[in-house]
Ligand binder design. Structure first.
Ligand code: F3S
Length: 280
């Protein structure tokens, strides 16, 4: 059996930056809390908590005067304001790609345009982007865009600015752009899909086409990991989504000649190595 590990497997730039900022703060011994899970990986969060960081779920729980780490998904304007009002020192680990989207939607509204965010409505990144707008629309794909346009036909002539959740698939975005170009008279488009995401997805797709089995490593809460598994399933008959090496049941291994391994953006190198070593 040949094992092939995707080159793009594991931490993306934005996640690595957030984890390094958290670790550096822990090393300095500064009192610091993380607002929400800074990445979608329980093992990484547990490690950070062992180093002295604590997770809080709501900005109201941040102790006054404490340092607070904002995750790579970012937070909306109201949360930043609330933290500032509490006297918290903000350590902003929002991925620069996400900060760019915040700027695009703010600029669009300043120009009298309406932002349309293509993404999963309840995903923290999408909620944060919407949190920098006064009146955003969020659509999960072309069908929902169609429904939104039908609800009020005048929307077809609104000045609309489309942005994408960074981890959306190219197909979802392309379908929305196609529909909007056909139906809307004043739409502009900012393709804000993260390059790291599309590269990882493309590599996984190509690898899956040549493998009898694919192992996708990542937290089940991570949407980019789940999407990665979906993409692999389109091309490969046997896809295992696992969180860590212990989830891999070696007694049920097929006789595939080639087995591919990939991992979501929140999967640390040590977990990938454990899986690789176990399979080797
Ligand atoms: Fe940033 Fe892309 Fe990662 S947006 S957090 S580098 S997936």
């Amino acid at each position: 059996m040949t094992l092939i590990l995707a080159r793009s497997a594991g931490f993306c730039y934005g996640v690595r930056r957030a984890v390094e900022m958290a670790e550096e703060t822990a090393r300095q011994g500064r009192p610091c809390v993380m607002l929400g899970s800074i990445i979608h990986n329980t093992d990484v969060i547990r490690r950070l908590e062992e180093q002295g960081l604590r997770t809080v779920e709501r900005p109201e729980e941040v102790p006054a005067g404490c340092t607070v780490l904002i995750r790579s998904h970012g937070e909306g304007r109201a949360v930043h304001q609330l933290l500032a009002d509490r006297g918290a020192e903000i350590l902003d680990a929002t991925c620069p790609n996400v900060t760019h989207i915040h700027k695009v939607v703010q600029q669009a509204e300043a120009q009298g345009r309406r932002p349309v965010i293509v993404g999963t409505p309840d995903h923290p990144e999408v909620l944060a982007i919407a949190g920098w707008c006064r009146s955003p629309a969020v659509v999960s794909g072309a069908e929902e865009l169609e429904r939104w346009l039908q609800e009020d036909p005048e929307r077809r002539d609104f000045p609309l600015t489309f942005v994408s959740q960074t981890t959306s698939t190219r197909k979802i975005w392309d379908d929305c752009v196609k529909k909007a170009k056909k139906e809307c008279t004043n739409a502009e488009f900012f393709d804000t899909i993260c390059g790291a995401t599309s590269k990882r997805q493309e590599e996984a797709r190509q690898l899956a086409q040549t493998c009898g089995m694919m192992v996708v490593i990542g937290d089940r809460k991570s949407s980019n990991t789940r999407r990665l598994a979906e993409i692999c399933r389109e091309a490969c008959p046997d896809v295992r989504l696992i969180e860590r090496a212990a989830d891999l049941d070696l007694s049920h291994m097929p006789r595939a000649e080639r087995v591919g391994i990939t991992a979501g953006a929140s999967t640390p190198a040590w977990i990938i190595k454990e899986v690789y070593d176990k399979m080797s």
